[in-house]
Write a protein that binds this ligand. Structure first.
Ligand code: NAP
Ligand code: MG
Length: 501
């Protein structure tokens, strides 16, 4: 079973952008790395190199942090009014929207996801995020506080708080939604008045760098946004450890999240983390199965399972288990795999050879330990990093496939007998990012939603995101919340001011 690795035509700006070596953005200038080193970025459907990208290391990060510090302390950015900042962010959103097709193709080329998804989800969500955050720029407020100082009788004081930008921020993002993760990170930082050094994932640097061009074209002052592509162990680690960075914001694996935390310890910079998950998706016997079955398939197979919130543990009431598993398996078998650029493709390749090996390793381990694949179970084809959408049954607690984040199109379907059992199984994980509940009973839905230790609970839906709705993890799924007004809090410090009246 081979996968057509045929070349698909790109729009002219993408073909042009992706055909030249790409520099990094530091202090408003596009520069090669100080060492002159570059690294390749690949098309995961053909395994061919798309182009070379400047490889930043510690010295480049140092330059970028200097530029961000300068832009934060002097220059036009700190003197801009909140309204001016908001209008710039809104303008950037408009510009991304004007280049929707270009961003969609670039993302699909670099990451492998279907072009229909990049067009309908990745780019519009990024646009919306910037628009939402543009509105926040003028709404970052403090309080006035009535105080009664016990050791100073007969005195009155006025106390109030203001929120100020946290400063120079390092942002390290993953490859699963490259443009959208850049938006989640940059939007609130810019609305708050911070300056940024952004490090995109080595696998998918292209959309972040193209976004950098629009940021400069929109008129953001130089040094406000600096973008340094490179590897995590070098550029990423240098950014997380940098003594002149005030905050580091990270999305990626829990394992690297721990390293970020250690690196941040040097100057005790603020840290926010959006990490992995092993999210339970629970179907009750009374659920509308016409909706729940495709819903459960979408919960795991959307973005090839490369979602931190993927519904990878599917708990199904034993009375409807066979029906649901058959339905999800049939759905999996109907998914059309192919290169992301083909408009008929429903699932593209995984992002990299490394991820292909990781996911296939999990499949092997699950099958060796006694799991059964009722759909999929293997690599698909021999070119490109394709994996068959897979439904496993007969998994047990303790098996790696049931406990660890696979980050691929693999779901374990597990039967349960009652609410107590499923509530405890759902929470029996080190993660706490998301969960799904499918039932027609409102009381069941509310009761279980309150028992599940996770940052998002979807009821009779899954993978619904909005710029206004906070997203983040309990337990080892992270610290802090992205999106919503919570995100503004992560990029501001609160100052109390007190004076006699
Ligand atoms: P990762 O290693 O955690 O990478 C995420 C980001 O961190 C990338 O920009 C990466 O750079 C950078 N990084 C890696 N090591 C670093 C270090 N020591 N210091 C600072 N930054 C560092 O994730 P991955 O290797 O791409 O994927 C592995 C697993 O991560 C997945 O299987 C999944 O479990 C998880 N993941 C989670 C999310 C999410 O949205 N929560 C997204 C992607 C992956 P490089 O890419 O250049 O190494
Ligand atoms: Mg990596």
């Amino acid at each position: 079973m081979g996968v057509a690795a045929r070349k698909l035509e790109l729009v002219e700006p993408v073909a042009r952008f992706a055909s030249k070596p790409i520099h990094m953005l530091i202090g408003g200038k596009w520069v090669p790395s100080l060492s002159g080193m570059t690294f390749p970025t690949y098309d995961p459907s053909t395994e061919e190199i798309i182009t070379q990208v400047a490889e930043g290391v510690k010295e480049d990060i140092d330059e970028a942090v200097k530029a961000a510090r300068k832009a934060f302390e002097d220059g036009p950015w700190p003197r801009m009014t909140p309204s001016e900042r908001g209008r710039l962010i809104w303008k950037l959103a408009d510009m991304i929207e004007d280049h929707l097709e270009e961003f969609a193709e670039l993302e699909t080329l670099d990451n492998g996801k279907p072009i229909t998804i990049s067009r309908a989800a990745d780019v519009p969500l990024a646009v919306d995020l910037f628009r939402y955050m543009a509105g926040w720029a003028t709404k970052i407020e403090g309080n006035t506080i009535p105080i009664s100082v016990p050791y100073a009788p007969n005195t009155r004081y006025l106390a109030y708080t203001i929120r100020e930008p946290v400063g120079v921020v390092g942002q390290i993002i993953p490859w699963n939604f490259s443009l959208l993760m850049a938006a989640w990170k940059l939007g609130p930082a810019l609305a708050s008045g911070c300056t940024v050094v952004l490090k995109p994932a080595e696998q998918t640097p292209l959309t972040s760098l193209r976004l950098g061009e629009l940021i400069m074209e929109a008129g953001f002052p130089e040094g406000v946004v600096n973008i340094v592509p490179g590897y995590g162990e070098t550029a990423g680690a240098a950014l997380a450890a940098h003594p002149d960075v005030d905050k580091v914001a990270f999305t990626g694996s829990t394992e690297v999240g721990r390293l970020i935390l250690q690196a941040a310890g040097g100057n005790l910079k603020k840290v926010s983390l959006e990490l992995g998950g092993k999210s339970p998706n629970i179907i009750f016997a009374d659920a509308d199965l016409e909706v729940a079955i495709p819903g459960a398939a979408n919960a795991i197979f959307f973005n090839h399972g490369q979602c931190c919130c993927a519904g990878s543990r599917l708990y199904v009431d034993h009375r409807v288990f066979d029906k649901v598993v058959t339905g999800v398996a049939e759905h999996a078998q109907r998914i059309r795999l192919g290169p992301g650029m083909d408009p008929a493709t429903q699932m593209g390749p995984l992002v990299s050879r490394e991820q292909l090996h990781r996911v296939c390793g999990y499949l092997r381990s699950g099958l060796e330990e006694g799991a059964r694949a009722v759909a999929g179970g293997r690599r698909h084809g021999d070119t490109g990093y394709f994996v068959e959408p897979t439904v496993l049954v007969d998994t047990r607690p303790g098996m790696k496939v049931e406990e660890e984040e696979i980050f691929g199109p693999v779901v374990s379907a597990i039967p349960y007998r009652n609410v107590e059992e499923v509530a405890s199984a759902a929470n029996n994980t080190v993660y706490g990012l998301a969960a799904g509940i499918w039932t027609r009973d409102v009381t069941t839905a509310h009761r279980l939603a309150s028992r599940i230790r996770a940052g998002t609970v979807w009821v009779n839906c899954y993978n619904i995101f909005d710029a206004a709705m906070p997203f983040g993890g309990y337990k080892q799924s992270g610290w802090g919340r992205e999106m919503g007004h919570d995100a503004i809090e992560m990029y501001t410090e609160k100052k109390a001011v007190c004076l006699p009246m």
